[in-house]
Ligand binder design. Structure first.
Ligand SMILES: [Zn+2]
Length: 117
C-alpha cells in the first residue's frame, strides 16, 4: 500500500484508508467498480470481438484442407498405375481415398466460406 499525505494534518496514511486515522478527514471514496467487460476485469463483454477463437478455428480448417488435398493427390496418383497393373481392389481403394479427399476438400472450402462470409 503506498502512503499518501493527508491534506489536513500532513500525516502519512495508507491510500486505502477511508478516513485519516490522525484527524478523521474523509479520504477519496474507493474507485467505482469497473464496468462489465472493462479491461482488467477478466470478462469479455457479450457480443464483443473474439479474434483468438476465429483464428484457431480458421487454422484447424486450414489443416483439414491441407489433409484433404493430400488424400486427394495420393489417391489420384496411386489410382492410375494400380488400374494399369490390374490391381483392381487397391485401385478402388485409391479411388475411394482420392474421391473422399476431393469431397472432404469441397466440404472444408464450404465451411471456410461459410465462417468467413
Ligand atoms: Zn489527517
Amino acid at each position: 500500500m503506498p502512503l499518501i499525505e493527508c491534506p489536513d494534518c500532513k500525516k502519512q496514511i495508507s491510500d486505502a484508508a477511508p478516513t485519516c486515522p490522525g484527524c478523521g478527514r474523509p479520504m477519496q471514496p474507493p474507485a467505482a467498480p469497473l464496468p462489465f467487460g472493462a479491461a482488467g476485469t477478466g470478462v469479455m463483454p457479450p457480443g464483443g470481438p473474439k479474434p483468438l477463437l476465429i483464428e484457431q478455428t480458421s487454422k484447424r480448417l486450414k489443416l483439414q484442407e491441407a489433409l484433404s488435398i493430400g488424400a486427394f493427390l495420393v489417391g489420384t496418383v496411386a489410382f492410375i498405375p494400380l488400374l494399369i497393373a490390374d490391381y483392381t481392389t487397391p485401385a478402388i481403394m485409391a479411388a475411394v481415398v482420392g474421391g473422399g479427399g476431393l469431397l472432404w476438400f469441397i466440404y472444408i472450402r464450404v465451411m471456410i466460406w461459410w465462417r468467413h462470409g
